[in-house]
Write a protein that binds this ligand. Structure first.
Ligand SMILES: Nc1ncnc2c1ncn2[C@@H]1O[C@H](COP(=O)(O)OP(=O)(O)O)[C@@H](O)[C@H]1O
Ligand SMILES: [Mg+2]
Length: 331
């Protein structure tokens, strides 16, 4: 009966439908959603499973802060999940559990079936889950871009040739020319290039999961767009699972398959962007907003115009407005 639980996930050309077994394949990855349900239920074991996670900083001291409170969620292989929430809602704390940097105070986090609190599993977690910190460009420590990106692969005990191949691939994927920038000091790069070099350092680990903490913060609009395109590329080429924290609802609308909303350390909502953005009032109550085109179309509809709701992008909004105008012209 598994086929009843399957429906198309991607509208992209990547998808090929295998009617024989009822699975949909996208770039070698399988996703299964119960038919007619908006909740995602992966049939494969999730890459990351968070069960009743509570994290308390400085427990037992006057500075004690409960930064995550009983959070549970699952992330499927190959998924593109956005994590949003007001400042201090626990986003960074959550993703730092995925590579074992933080351990649960209560509850459990499993990555690829291994408990992150388990000492042995913890030792290899940094290879499986590449974490790009907020403002990663402040953390270069080698003299050249090449050496900085090579740091991880060298620690994996790879041969010189393998290290070189990984570094060059990672730089290219991040949008940098290995020949041009490899021997430069990372500090001589422009802001956007520094960010890309830092991301290359994590890509060189060839992780199964890529978690990025506000990767587009501080970049100009073109830099943001390029970085997001590259992330989508990496996901397509490697089937890597991507988790990204962002303050930009526009980015969520454009890229994410699902979005998790944190509010004061609790998981307030999780679901497809269209579903989440239809709850604009609740989001505003948490100090969040919906993308501008979504808000405009909701208002047009509230004023009695026959436009679709759940609009996510400028392009979709333009189409709806064009339809509305042509309808008005023909009456
Ligand atoms: N190292 C820390 N020590 C004590 N409290 C912290 C630490 N890091 C974060 N916090 C607190 O935990 C809460 C969640 O922080 P954080 O996960 O950084 O949120 P976000 O990334 O959503 O802004 C905040 O109240 C913050 O002040
Ligand atoms: Mg943060």
């Amino acid at each position: 009966m598994q086929s009843a639980y399957v429906q198309l996930i991607y509208g992209s050309g990547l998808m090929s439908k295998d009617k024989q077994n009822g699975y949909e394949e996208a770039g070698g990855r399988f996703f299964c959603f119960p038919k007619g349900s908006k909740r995602t239920v992966p049939l494969l074991p999730p890459v990351i499973k968070v069960e009743n996670l509570t994290h308390v900083y400085a427990p037992g001291t006057p500075f004690q802060v409960t930064s995550l409170d009983n959070v549970s969620l699952e992330i499927a292989k190959g998924e593109f999940l956005a994590v949003v929430g007001a400042t201090g809602s626990g986003k960074s704390t959550l993703v730092q559990h995925f590579n074992g940097l933080l351990k649960p105070t209560r509850g459990k986090v499993t990555v690829c079936g291994r408990d992150v609190s388990d000492k042995q599993a913890g030792r290899t977690l940094w290879r499986k889950v590449g974490l790009v910190f907020q403002r990663p460009e402040q953390q270069f420590f080698e003299e050249t871009v090449f050496d900085d990106v090579a740091f991880g692969p060298r620690n994996m005990g790879l041969s010189r040739d393998e290290v070189k191949e990984r570094v060059e691939d990672a730089l290219r994927l991040a949008g940098l020319d290995p020949v041009q920038v490899g021997q430069l000091s990372p500090y001589r790069l422009s802001g956007g290039m520094k960010r890309r070099a830092a991301i290359a350092g994590v890509l060189a680990l060839r992780p199964e999961v890529l978690a990025l903490d506000e990767p587009t913060a501080g970049l100009d609009p073109q830099g943001k767009r390029q970085l997001l395109d590259r992330l989508e590329n990496v996901r397509r080429e490697w089937g890597v699972t991507i988790i990204f924290i962002t303050h930009s609802m526009e980015e969520v609308g454009l890229l994410a398959e699902r979005v998790a909303v944190l509010n004061r350390g609790r998981l307030a909502m999780i679901g497809a962007p269209r579903e989440i953005f239809s709850r604009a009032e609740e989001l505003r109550g948490m100090g969040l907003d919906v993308p501008v085109p979504t808000a405009i179309m909701d208002r047009l509809r509230a004023a009695g115009n026959p436009v679709r709701t759940g609009i996510l992008s400028n392009t979709e909004a333009e189409e709806e407005i064009a339809k509305l105008l042509s309808g008005a012209a023909s009456t």
